[in-house]
Design a protein around this ligand. Structure first.
Ligand SMILES: CC(C)(COP(=O)(O)OP(=O)(O)OC[C@H]1O[C@@H](n2cnc3c(N)ncnc32)[C@H](O)[C@@H]1OP(=O)(O)O)[C@@H](O)C(=O)NCCC(=O)NCCS
Length: 214
């Protein structure tokens, strides 16, 4: 989504950055995990397909994708690839409900699970969606046997509204209201800022291709 391509969201222990080409290789390694593909409803892709998917997600207006970085690793190394721990997405799938978004999250690096990275990252994403993308309702689709995620979304005050035997998943939803937004703010510190790396890369592109300056 072009709306978030220059956006960086900084929290206490995580930083969200737009999903870029340079992240694809590590992302592809993660998605070799059958567990991750099952819980996120993803298909196995070749590396070339993964690059195409990243490009499409970047261009499509109905998808907002961030990579989750561990803040302490990034502060120490300034290397986004080393600091990558997962991703979080919003999908605007319902043409007749443009303010409804499906939210997804994964902490792909298992050594970072159960350390509140998922909790903080999803709260930052939920607040970003409400504040910058005018979301008024969230939904989440969760496999029947994904106890961790069910616990997390129930703790986020989502409610189970549907059950699909075909997909073996529940649909949870949360209609946004002021009390809930205030509560999200009480759970996280959020700083929405500019993704400077993007600016540097654009500068480089311009230097390499002066026609951009015209
Ligand atoms: C679900 C997931 C994102 C949770 O991220 P995480 O960083 O490990 O979780 P957190 O430490 O932030 O915990 C947040 C809440 O999630 C729930 N939770 C997380 N891990 C859990 C576990 N092992 N058992 C039970 N509940 C768990 C709890 O409610 C927890 O709150 P608490 O610590 O106060 O009990 C992570 O397990 C994951 O990426 N799983 C694979 C992909 C996936 O299932 N994505 C969701 C698709 S719908």
């Amino acid at each position: 989504m072009r709306d978030n391509e220059c956006t960086k969201i900084v929290g206490t222990n995580v930083i969200l950055v737009p999903y870029r080409k340079k992240h694809v290789e590590r992302y592809h390694e993660w998605m070799k995990s059958e567990e991750l593909r099952y819980f996120t409803g993803s298909e196995i892709l070749t590396l070339a397909e993964e690059y195409q998917m990243q490009k499409r997600w970047h261009q499509d207006q109905d998808k907002c994708t961030f990579i989750i970085l561990d803040k302490s690793i990034f502060t120490e190394t300034e290397n986004e690839i080393e600091a990558m721990v997962g991703d979080t997405n919003l999908f605007f799938n319902e043409p007749d409900q443009p303010n409804t978004a499906e939210v997804e999250i994964m902490i792909a690096d298992v050594t970072f699970r159960r350390r509140k990275r998922g909790w903080e990252a999803i709260i930052l994403m939920l607040l970003y969606g409400v504040n910058k993308l005018n979301v008024t309702k969230y939904i989440a689709k969760i496999k029947f046997d994904n106890e961790k995620s069910i616990n997390m979304f129930e703790k986020l005050k989502f409610q189970k509204v549907q059950k699909s035997q075909v997909f073996q998943e529940y649909t949870f939803e949360k209609v946004i209201n002021k009390n809930w937004i205030d509560w999200l703010y009480s759970e996280a510190t959020i700083n929405i800022t500019t993704y400077e790396e993007h600016d540097k890369e654009r500068e480089k592109e311009k230097e390499n291709n002066p026609a951009h300056n015209l």
